[in-house]
Ligand binder design. Structure first.
Ligand SMILES: *Cc1c(COP(=O)(O)O)cnc(C)c1O
Length: 425
């Protein structure tokens, strides 16, 4: 191209889009979620690349210690992703074939799939249509439907919120169920339920184990990454063993002395035992170094997410009651992972497809979290979905709008304006 040529003249007329879209092409596309990586994160990972250990070096225990501190848990076990975290927790608790586990219908596939991965069966619970969260009532109703013994319940902290966990934990205790929190959305969420009852998700106040994901779309990015926190030392050791093939290296735990020990009574230096079937679910030093660097910014990320949500609330208030935020759960201060709104598409004479298309044309991504899992062909094939009126109502209205720390205040205004336009208000 010559210097004095108008760059616009290069455009092939046949490929040009509509005028209104042309204007927005200049604006960056806003996905519904995005990681936030800065120069510190990059330097931290590069330093690992130049170091001795690419996997299972110093960054793994350092990340686990920092995560345990951030979540106020006794133990944190890092692993390859949030699905592995769920699988390790359920395996570690000894769940298996013949057991039934209560899972909310509104969640990502992985929550239910982890139950199937240990050979146990899923009984789906309905959710509160205003929050998308499991309740004690829906958990009890699901358990009553289970064809076999229920052994655990997996509350999912959708968007970063949780419901009445103390009551759910009471119900679980009364029936001898384990509680595993799927907190893949909720790293950094705090609660203040009155005197002596303040804390942070992962502290294990109401759960045997809490699982996290550090996929880039989540609040902390490790590329792929996950972790389980627990206050139960036996469970922590068991999960650490399962994470590495079920291998044992501590001489005190060897079961086959004739094989393990030399004549002087010392364990052979090369010796290890495998006592149960485990996996390679390790997180490597590259991932954990990134996780450590990201975790240092958790409070900053959480504050920015809350701040953006406040701006959204003000900007979208005029669209009520056709567009409403999720209902808030009392005493919970979420580090919002998703900005899910409820839109009465039918009442305003539109469809979700049309609204998503309108937003996309304005350079704005949106997504639906989630399709009820019991409606998936795999689960339908296993059993006919029960009536789940709460999940159905929630699903009919849910739409996730962009939310991530790198968004500007202007971006929020841009999304709000496009949405006002899309819903014709
Ligand atoms: C992301 C997610 C998972 C799975 O995490 P991965 O790291 O992607 O394996 C599980 N449950 C919920 C609710 C999630 O959002």
């Amino acid at each position: 191209m010559k210097n004095n040529e108008d760059p616009g003249s290069e455009k092939k007329p046949g490929l040009s889009t509509a005028h209104s879209e042309d204007m927005t092409q200049a604006l960056p596309f806003l996905p519904y979620g995005r990681h936030h990586i800065d120069d510190d994160d990059v330097a931290t990972v590069v330093a690992v690349l130049r170091s001795e250990a690419l996997t299972t070096g110093p960054a793994v225990p350092a990340f686990e210690a920092a995560l345990a501190t951030a979540t106020r848990a006794q133990h944190a076990i890092a692993c390859g992703n949030g699905t592995e975290a769920l699988h390790l927790a359920l395996l570690g608790l000894g769940l298996g074939p013949g057991d039934w586990v209560v899972v909310p219908a509104i969640t990502f596939l992985a929550t239910a799939n982890a139950v199937r991965m240990v050979g146990a069966d899923v009984v789906f619970a309905d959710v509160d249509p205003d929050t998308g969260l499991i309740t004690t009532e829906t958990a009890a109703a699901a358990a009553a439907r289970a064809p076999g013994p229920v052994r655990a319940v997996l509350p999912v902290h959708l968007a970063g919120q949780f419901g009445d966990l103390p009551a759910l934990a009471d119900l679980a205790r009364a029936h001898g169920w384990a509680v595993v929190e799927d907190a893949c959305h909720a790293i950094g969420t705090r609660y203040d339920l009155g005197t002596e009852c303040t804390g942070v998700v992962g502290d294990g106040r109401w759960a045997d184990a809490t699982t996290f994901s550090f996929h880039p779309v989540k609040t902390i990015a490790m590329g792929e990454g996950g972790a389980v926190t627990t206050n139960n030392p036996d469970l922590a050791h068991h999960m650490a063993r399962l994470r590495c093939h079920g291998m044992v290296r501590e001489a005190t735990n060897f079961q086959h002395p004739a094989q393990a020990f030399a004549e002087d009574g010392r364990a052979h230096p090369w010796y290890y035992e495998m006592t149960e079937l485990g996996f390679n679910y390790r997180a490597c030093d590259l991932q954990c170094a990134l996780g450590l660097s990201q975790l240092a910014k958790l409070e900053h990320f959480a504050a920015r997410r809350r701040d953006l949500m406040n701006q959204y609330t003000a900007a979208l208030a005029p669209l009520a009651p056709h567009v409403r935020p999720l209902a808030r759960t009392p005493g919970v201060l979420p580090a919002w992972h998703l900005h899910i709104v409820r839109i009465a598409f039918q009442d305003i004479g539109t469809t979700r497809d049309a609204v998503m298309a309108h937003l996309r044309a304005a350079g704005i991504g949106s997504q639906v979290h989630y399709i009820p899992v019991p409606w998936q062909p795999y689960y339908r094939h296993r059993s006919t979905p029960p009536p789940l009126p709460g999940a159905e109502r929630y699903y009919a209205q849910a739409l996730s709008l962009p939310l991530y720390p790198g968004m500007t205040d202007g971006d929020v205004e841009r999304v709000a304006e496009a949405l006002r336009d899309a819903v014709g208000r």
